[in-house]
Design a protein around this ligand. Structure first.
Ligand code: CA
Length: 368
């Protein structure tokens, strides 16, 4: 019976090419619907590295669907303020967002593990944890409570510690320092006497110029140079130990995600992966020139001292311990993340650090 039926169907298809063509058309249309979505970015257009990677994302989705799936990108403030992108995705104001999860530590500090926590993973290690260490699954379990399906969509690489109007020689020099710094690091630094300040990117320069704040961190040489911080603060400290490899994320409203054909879901994943590597490589390509120019303009590159780094590390561990006590969601993710960090650091010590340190010595000796 089955075989007879198959032969009959095949014969009909073979007998009339035109009929087969009209039969196939609706199936294709159904699997590739015309969709128009909106994506809210947390960033201004001037950040061509971060905002630019979201443009790469939306362009890829459009091209891979022959223009059928259009995602229109909006800069911070155009639909919602930059720090409300998670809320906008959660309540369906927009289908998608491009953001840094640590902006939402006010809701729950667990968000930060999707982006960066102090003394966290570098960009490669973050990828390793997300893709192969269970990070994506754990984070998406957490994000379900916010109607968000999230995927990595960019990384800035290691960030700088920021611009300081005076030298920070000892841990005591941190006391009373008014420092524009993001949420989680701000909590750590509060333990050491810093007075953290929350300022949007455009407000940092005038505050630093007037001396309303003593120091400010933003991203790294390429982005910082464009904002002109070198004109109002001389000391440029490193490393930004709170952002060793902060990941940007693409958020999709879970209901909207579930409605997509599998092919469109796969295209979104591929577009995010492309934007992800594009952003990190752009930073790595642009930062060297910027740091050279900054130093030539009089900027003094200063490492945080080992006692300062250690005091910050200890304060971070106190905060982690308190969080594990009171926040079971944080604890669940942290229990995967912490041993992963230990293993990654052990492995990176063997080859990467050894090779990097050797090459760094050659660079310092001008032998490259
Ligand atoms: Ca930063």
């Amino acid at each position: 019976m089955q075989r007879r039926k198959f032969i009959r169907t095949a014969a009909v298809g073979g007998a009339s090419v035109a009929a087969a063509g009209t039969l196939a058309a609706p199936a294709i249309a159904q699997s590739a619907p015309e969709l128009k979505w909106r994506m809210a970015s947390s960033f201004p257009k001037s950040l061509d590295t971060i905002f630019g990677s979201a443009e790469i994302f939306t362009k890829y989705v459009s091209e891979a669907t022959d223009g059928k799936f259009q995602i229109r990108l909006f800069a911070a403030g155009e639909i919602v303020p930059g720090l409300q992108v998670a809320d906008a995705v959660q309540n369906g104001t927009v289908e998608m967002g491009h953001t840094a999860s640590y902006y939402y530590v006010g809701k729950d500090l667990t968000f930060a593990l999707d982006c960066a926590v102090p003394f966290g993973l570098n960009a490669r290690q973050q990828d390793a944890w997300m893709n192969w260490g269970g990070g994506r699954q754990l984070m998406n379990d957490f994000f379900k409570d916010y109607n968000i399906h999230s995927m990595p969509c960019g990384n800035t690489g290691g960030q700088m510690g920021g611009w300081f109007r005076k030298e920070i020689k000892t841990v005591d020099d941190l006391k009373g320092l008014k420092f524009r710094v993001s949420g989680f690091a701000g909590e750590v630094l509060t333990k050491l006497g810093v007075v953290p300040q929350q300022l949007a990117g455009g407000d940092i320069y005038p505050a630093l110029e007037k001396g309303t704040i003593d120091a400010a961190e933003w991203v790294g040489p390429y982005d910082d140079q464009k904002l002109g911080f070198n004109k109002v603060a001389q000391y440029y400290y490193y490393p930004g130990w709170w952002e060793a490899g902060p990941q940007l994320s693409a958020y999709v409203n879970t209901t909207k995600w579930a409605e997509l054909p599998k092919s469109y879901q796969a295209i979104i994943e591929a577009a995010a992966a492309k934007a992800h590597t594009s952003m990190l490589s752009k930073y790595d390509a642009q930062n060297p020139k910027a740091v050279r120019e900054l130093v030539a303009s009089g900027t003094k590159l200063m490492p945080f001292s080992q006692p300062i780094m250690e005091a910050c590390y200890n304060a971070t561990n106190e905060l982690f311990a308190a969080l594990n006590e009171k926040n079971p969601k944080f604890k669940k993710v942290f229990e995967s993340w912490k041993p992963f960090r230990a293993e990654e650091t052990l492995w990176f010590r063997v080859v990467e650090n050894t090779m990097d340190n050797f090459m760094a010595r050659l660079s310092a000796a001008n032998k490259l």
